[in-house]
Design a protein around this ligand. Structure first.
Ligand code: XMP
Length: 510
């Protein structure tokens, strides 16, 4: 099925993926391209509308990201957001001006008469984040909104179908934002809204079935959301022609390996091979305390175990990968610095003998992957699983890993998670886990002196895991967790709660 398409051109703004998600939430499929995408490519995709995102530059900067101005003449409706609006202005002969003061945060705004603001409160608030704003409007444009510091809060040239907003309609702090995007999509671009997850899933299953025919497919399953949904989709398409290899490195959370086996092997009757390689991994990790060395060893060992298992299966025709859309998006302005090496199952294509890769989630954002999982009948505890690092508990045991420490951490982490869920906080805190620090301290239990480990609890709220705030877990919940852990888990006599945000900390401790 061919969906109607909206293109989001990326100028490097921090909310860009959010714009794309909002468009899809409104029922319209969209893709993000770097601002430098050639006009032929844009034209060939036949978008019903184009959105220019915000970005850190100013159009007056030397080397600021510009576009082929012919895009404006294609007759396709365009909405410029923040930098995007200033760009439209500059390309059409208007000017921008540095404001006396950077405008940042929630700001009162008056919305005027425009198709973009149909049905919106006229006096409302919006989220601003800019230093420059449009000063002299290009010929043929009208101002449609203003704030105290920004005389051109929005503008348009209805005839040319060009629209701009200086504020950010995509963020929650702009209460009328969704309506504004909706108006652009449905009122101005004439969208029908044909993007539905159920249809997408059915369509993808048919496509995979047609492609695979009677041939063989292999998938590396980690138990995480992406690889699980990808595997289940392929399984629905071709049943037991798909073999999944699940390498259990023993560094998963308590009972997790059994759960994966239970759900996929028994509930879905998938051909899933669980390789119990705990000993092998722990032996290789013995005596290692450097975090990056741990990651490297686990990555290498994973490949080795997977390869040995795959060799038993022999040549396959297809390899499934759980790549999702944010992994595919080519950013407008290059990538951020790498702080930790995240190697999951990236090296597999080099070691498996296969003809082609199948990536059923390549078009989907994370929240859409979850929706697809629910469509496929996947249990909620897998669909809503919090992110879990590929190297697992190895990077939550500070310093050297031993069997004893691993058991202690698994039990403590289990209790923490159980209590967070019992307190009804499971959906509010985006990631929460326990860390076994290498530190021992003196305690007293009954009449006995103890000299045991200190456990740290970490809970964060975040939308993208790039930045995060520490979760304000109520004291009574923390108290219960603390008392249960020291009473029920031997080897821990002190518990601390991590109250640093990211940055400057990272979410994981290693
Ligand atoms: P940090 O610790 O960098 O974590 O703030 C950000 C997110 O990434 C996860 N994480 C990893 N995921 N392999 C992974 O697959 C890794 O080596 C790894 N290290 C961190 C972390 O759990 C958080 O969600």
């Amino acid at each position: 099925m061919k969906h109607e398409l909206v293109l989001v051109l990326d100028f490097g703004g921090q909310y860009n993926q959010l714009i794309a998600r909002r468009v899809r939430e409104a029922g319209v499929y969209c893709e993000m391209l770097p601002y430098s995408a050639p006009i032929e490519k844009i034209r060939d995709k036949k978008p019903i509308g184009i959105i220019f995102t915000g970005g850190p530059a100013s159009v007056t900067d030397k080397g600021a990201p510009f576009i082929d101005e012919e895009i404006l003449a294609l007759g396709i409706p365009i909405l410029g957001i923040c930098y995007g609006m200033q760009l439209i202005s500059a390309l059409c002969g208007g000017t921008v001006r540095k404001a006396a003061q950077r405008e940042y945060g929630r700001v009162g705004i008056s919305l005027g008469d425009s198709g973009l603001f149909r049905g919106c409160e006229k006096e409302t608030v919006c989220w601003m984040s800019h230093t420059y704003h449009v000063d002299r409007l290009p010929a043929g444009f009208l101002t449609t909104a203003f704030s105290a510091n920004c005389p051109a809060g929005a503008f348009e040239n209805k005839e040319k179908r060009l629209y701009g907003v200086q504020f950010h309609p995509e963020v929650n702090h702009t209460p009328e934002g969704r309506k504004i995007l909706w108006n652009f999509l449905y009122g101005i671009c004439g969208a029908k809204g044909d993007w539905r997850m159920s249809a997408y899933v059915d369509d993808m299953i048919t496509k995979i079935r047609d492609k695979v025919g009677d041939r063989k497919v292999l998938c590396a399953m980690s138990g995480g959301v992406d690889s699980s949904v990808a595997a289940l989709m392929v399984h629905k398409a071709v049943g037991r022609q798909l073999t999944c290899i699940f390498v259990d490195h023993g560094l998963l959370r308590k009972n997790e390996g059994d759960q994966v086996e239970e759900v996929f092997n028994r509930q879905f009757d998938m051909k899933l091979i669980r390789v119990n390689a705990q000993r092998q991994f722990l032996d290789r990790l013995a005596g290692v305390s450097d975090p990056e060395t741990k990651r490297k060893i686990i990555g290498e060992e994973f490949i080795r175990v997977f390869e040995a298992e795959a060799r038993k299966i022999g040549k396959v025709d297809f390899l499934v990968q759980g790549t999702i859309y944010p992994d595919v998006i080519e950013s407008g302005l290059g990538d951020a610095a790498v702080i930790k090496s995240h190697h999951n199952v990236g090296g597999l294509p080099d070691i498996v003998d296969f003809e082609e890769i199948i990536e059923p989630l390549r078009d989907l954002f994370k929240d859409e992957v979850r929706k697809a999982g629910l469509e496929l009948g996947m249990p909620e505890h897998i669909v809503w699983r919090q992110p879990f690092p590929g190297p697992g508990l190895a990077i939550r045991i500070i310093g050297e890993i031993t069997d004893e420490k691993l058991d202690i951490l698994k039990d403590a982490d289990w209790i923490f998670r159980e209590e967070i869920k019992a307190a009804g906080l499971g959906n509010e805190i985006n990631q929460y886990f326990a860390v076994l620090t290498g530190m021992r301290s003196v305690g007293v239990m009954g009449d006995e002196r103890t000299y045991d480990y200190t456990l740290a609890l970490r809970g964060v709220t975040t939308t993208d895991f790039m930045t995060a705030d520490w979760a304000r877990i109520p004291y009574d919940v923390l108290e219960k967790v603390s008392s249960r852990i020291v009473n029920e888990v031997k080897g821990i006599n002190r518990i601390v709660y991590d109250i640093t945000s990211k940055p400057p900390s990272t979410i994981e401790w290693e």
